[in-house]
Design a protein around this ligand. Structure first.
Ligand code: ATP
Length: 334
């Protein structure tokens, strides 16, 4: 069978085709075909109206490319139902419904943050990992318990990537800022920044204000970037370790675009090695937003009978991962 996945929560207009056998375990080596068209703001950060305009213009062509690459008929359409920017989600939801109706195939509504987790579980072969989702608009830890992915800890304000992007906007760098922070940090030295962890929750807003202040007061931008990475990623590593410790899990997967950062992966690798836990980070194209992860989770959901009627398929910009019943796993809970 073939499933078409469509992703469109923010910057990535993306479509993918994934081929699978619904009666067999999903094949972690089977590579979904993915076509993505990225929105690049001319100045500043992601603007919801411009992002939606880009989504509307780009989504037909990426879907067409995915359909062209499919070497046979599509059996189901999966789409990112949330969380994300409402104007973008509505465009993708409309495209997915229209396509499912035209092809006369079932529709699958996917939680984007669970898709970040599941692509890591899929690639790693881990049974029941804790997942650190370090993305643009989000930062949280998920663990499976009793039919749901529970939010074990999360940011109390901004997502981690958005926090880095806010600092780079302040210093006049173009979006996205995360890769520029990583490049500049290579030549930096540590300056003191606030470290805010409360149990398994954490906060970035005071840290970002302090980073902007340090830069305005003359600290070299390389030093601020280095310290931003060290502080932010140490916070994420601390809470990930606490989540492993408190759940008893010994597997960690990473999700989200900030996971492309080498230093974050290095810290998580060291922490996991120190406590004999296994660590897995998907390759970059499956870390940043992509329709491959929507197609793969869509296939798992489809095989479990988790389809949605068109009249019940409204998008949800605030779709929390713990709001989705997990029906596609047959393993024991953590
Ligand atoms: P979400 O999945 O929460 O909807 P998103 O739509 O913003 O997030 P992602 O693709 O997961 O999208 O993440 C994008 C973020 O990743 C941006 O904030 C970007 O700055 C950040 N990022 C990309 N590369 C790096 C890097 N090398 N280091 C740090 N951050 C990075």
């Amino acid at each position: 069978m073939r499933i078409l996945g469509i992703e469109g929560t923010a910057w990535a207009a993306s479509a993918a085709v994934y081929r699978f056998d619904p009666d067999a375990p999903l094949d972690a080596d089977a590579d979904p075909f993915i076509e993505t068209d990225a929105y690049q703001p001319e100045s500043g950060g992601l603007h919801p109206r411009e992002a939606a305009e880009h989504m509307g213009e780009a989504i037909p062509a990426v879907i067409e490319a995915a359909l062209d690459a499919a070497d046979g008929p599509i059996d189901a359409v999966a789409f990112s139902r949330g969380p994300g920017l409402g104007p973008c989600l509505r465009i993708v939801g409309t495209a997915a419904r229209a396509l499912a109706g035209t092809l006369d195939v079932p529709l699958v509504g996917v939680n984007h943050m669970i898709a970040h987790l599941e692509i890591g579980r899929h690639g790693s072969g881990f049974d029941s990992p804790v997942c650190l989702n370090a993305s643009g608009a989000n930062a949280h830890l998920l663990g499976y318990h009793d039919g749901r992915y529970r939010v074990l800890g999360e940011t109390m304000d901004t997502g981690v990537g958005n926090a880095l992007d806010k600092f780079t906007r302040h210093v006049g760098w173009s979006h996205p800022g995360g890769p520029k922070v990583e490049a500049a940090a290579a030549d930096g030295e540590y300056v003191d920044l606030p470290y805010v962890v409360k149990g398994m929750d954490f906060s970035f807003s005071g840290l970002m204000s302090a980073a902007k202040d340090a830069y305005d007061e003359g600290a070299p931008v390389e030093d601020v970037c280095f310290s931003l990475q060290e502080t932010t990623f140490a916070m994420l590593t601390e809470v990930a370790e606490r989540a492993l410790s408190l759940t008893g899990a010994d597997e960690l997967v990473l999700g989200g675009g900030v996971g492309q950062n080498d230093r974050l992966r290095e810290m998580l690798t060291t922490m996991c090695a120190d406590r004999d836990a296994a660590f897995y980070a998907p390759e970059p194209r499956f870390l940043r937003d992509n329709a491959g992860m929507i197609a793969v989770l869509g296939a798992k959901m489809y095989a479990a009978g988790e389809t949605v009627a068109i009249e019940d398929s409204a998008v949800d910009p605030n779709f929390r991962p713990d709001a989705a019943a997990v029906t596609w796993r047959d393993d024991e809970s953590v």
